[in-house]
Design a protein around this ligand. Structure first.
Ligand SMILES: C[S@@+](CC[C@H](N)C(=O)[O-])C[C@H]1O[C@@H](n2cnc3c(N)ncnc32)[C@H](O)[C@@H]1O
Length: 119
């Protein structure tokens, strides 16, 4: 992939067929010096009830790390990521592009899009 590729093209080449690149990137977080883990920080700020939609949810790591689950819809454009997301108990999983979400306004109480490209 060249330096001139769009963020979306780079995401497609990294994530479409494998979860390995994302898993390797997340392993780097173990070298972080922040006293609070990112997923724990985020989990403290999410609603404890209602509907949460995550766009570009990757491997769904957040939901394996925090101790509760609201009603969840998880989306990603990668078939490989969606296969992993189906391992999150109780979650509805949809494969779709973040730039063309098939949801009406107000469908969720909170929407998360963490490190997801839309260009
Ligand atoms: C860096 S990972 C972050 C995963 C997750 N949000 C997290 O924080 O662990 C980016 C994810 O967004 C997905 N993604 C990137 N651009 C997307 C787009 N335009 N539509 C849907 N998914 C996208 C990728 O397939 C990848 O799973």
């Amino acid at each position: 992939m060249t330096g001139g590729a769009t963020a979306s093209a780079r995401a497609t080449s990294q994530y479409a067929t494998t979860t390995g690149n994302l898993t390797a990137r997340m392993a780097l977080h173990s070298y972080g010096t922040n006293p609070q883990d990112w997923f724990a920080w985020l989990g403290e700020r999410l609603p404890l009830s209602g509907d949460v939609l995550e766009v570009g949810a990757g491997t769904g790591e957040l939901w394996h790390r925090i101790g509760y689950r609201p009603r969840l819809t998880l989306t990603d454009f990668s078939p490989a990521m969606c296969a992993r997301l189906r391992e999150v108990p109780g979650a509805r999983v949809l494969r779709c592009d973040a730039t063309h979400l098939p949801f009406r306004t107000g469908v969720a109480d909170a929407v998360i899009a963490n490190s997801t490209s839309t260009t």
